[in-house]
Design a protein around this ligand. Structure first.
Ligand SMILES: Cc1cc2nc3c(=O)[nH]c(=O)nc-3n(C[C@H](O)[C@H](O)[C@H](O)COP(=O)(O)OP(=O)(O)OC[C@H]3O[C@@H](n4cnc5c(N)ncnc54)[C@H](O)[C@@H]3O)c2cc1C
Length: 296
């Protein structure tokens, strides 16, 4: 792709950007160009003026994506700079690039309860809605009012929660939609109480999950009536590895890049786990992480 086909913008273009420097799995080839808009208007202008055949991929904080070793053709859009939060009486408007932990700490400062149960999820609000992120007993859709989106042609639309039919780890967002901001329900709650809850959840995570490692969290969704990690353990996959891609000792539904793993190593490991779990338990595990990019 020639850079001169790209429209003038106020934000930033990063040409031939090395995705593995920022993806949580630390894998992925380069993308032709990454666009970080200065604000929503900059994003809208870009979408209206870009070449019609320019392939667009939207990424959040890359905490739930396996990016191909061959990279991503076309333009990756990241909304890091869209991170405004506006509180009202019983709802809050949050821009899609806002990081969940930062948003939750803002809520605590404002004596506001919203989605503090998701304090350990290292994604953006946009990524959390796309994935309908959650923990057992709570999903972001539980506090959702509406989602503002723009499609790849620059047309804006607001979807009420009821229109989306969000399900377990699926926000049901259309393929050519970019989530730009989200309206969430809030209620008042004492700051100290929220902080105590956050501390408790963080302590629980430290005990049960690998923290500070190159991972994307749970690899597989829990099938109806079963837990993915239990099936993985039962199938004897809890010590598997392919190159530097290994199954975490602490939580066997988490995969970790211990050094120089490639996306292809993770794919082999995932396929191996799926095959063994199916053979031993009859469950056909579905991936929670999203494969993004070219030539899988
Ligand atoms: C240590 C760790 C713990 C985790 N724990 C949990 C957990 O408890 N529960 C849970 O649900 N998840 C968990 N995750 C997974 C992950 O953090 C969540 O899925 C998170 O919501 C992903 O957000 P992101 O911004 O990183 O999205 P990305 O990984 O960048 O993208 C995920 C998907 O969302 C799409 N997307 C992102 N932003 C937008 C946007 N603005 N518009 C349209 N599409 C978009 C992408 O195209 C992609 O398909 C964990 C991950 C890690 C690393």
């Amino acid at each position: 792709m020639q850079p001169n086909v790209l429209p003038d913008i106020r934000g930033e273009y990063r040409l031939n950007f090395a995705i593995n420097t920022q993806s949580f799995f630390k894998v992925g080839g380069n993308c032709d160009v990454m666009f970080i808009p200065a604000d929503i208007d900059d994003l809208l202008q870009f979408l209206k003026k870009k070449p019609k055949d320019l392939k667009i991929t939207v990424l959040g904080n890359m905490s739930n994506v396996l990016i191909s070793d061959y990279g991503i053709q076309g333009c990756v859009i990241r909304l890091n700079t869209l991170n405004k939060v506006n509180f009202y009486n019983d709802y809050v408007d949050v821009q899609a690039g806002t990081l969940l932990p930062k948003f939750i700490s803002d809520c605590a400062k404002h004596n506001v309860s919203c989605c503090e149960k998701l304090c350990c999820i290292p994604g953006t609000i946009g990524g959390a809605i796309f994935m309908n992120a959650g923990i057992p007993g709570f999903e972001i859709s539980d506090v959702l009012v509406s989602v503002s989106c723009v499609n790849f042609s620059g047309e804006q639309k607001i979807f009420n929660k009821e229109e989306l039919n969000m399900t377990y780890r699926n926000g049901n967002i259309q393929k050519d939609s970019i989530i730009t901001s989200v309206r969430l329900k809030i209620r008042s709650k004492d700051t100290k109480q929220i902080i105590d809850e956050i501390n408790e959840l963080q302590a629980k995570r430290l005990k049960s999950q690998p923290v500070g490692q190159a991972t994307c969290g749970s690899t597989f969704k829990n099938p109806d009536g079963a837990k993915a990690w239990e099936l993985i353990k039962r199938a004897g996959c809890d010590k598997l590895s392919v190159g530097d891609a290994i199954v975490s000792e602490k939580h066997c539904n988490f995969l970790i890049n211990t050094g120089n793993a490639k996306a292809s190593d993770f794919v082999k490991l995932i396929d191996m786990i799926k095959a063994r779990v199916f053979e031993k338990t009859g469950y056909d595990l579905q991936e929670e992480i999203k494969r993004i990019g070219d030539k899988w």
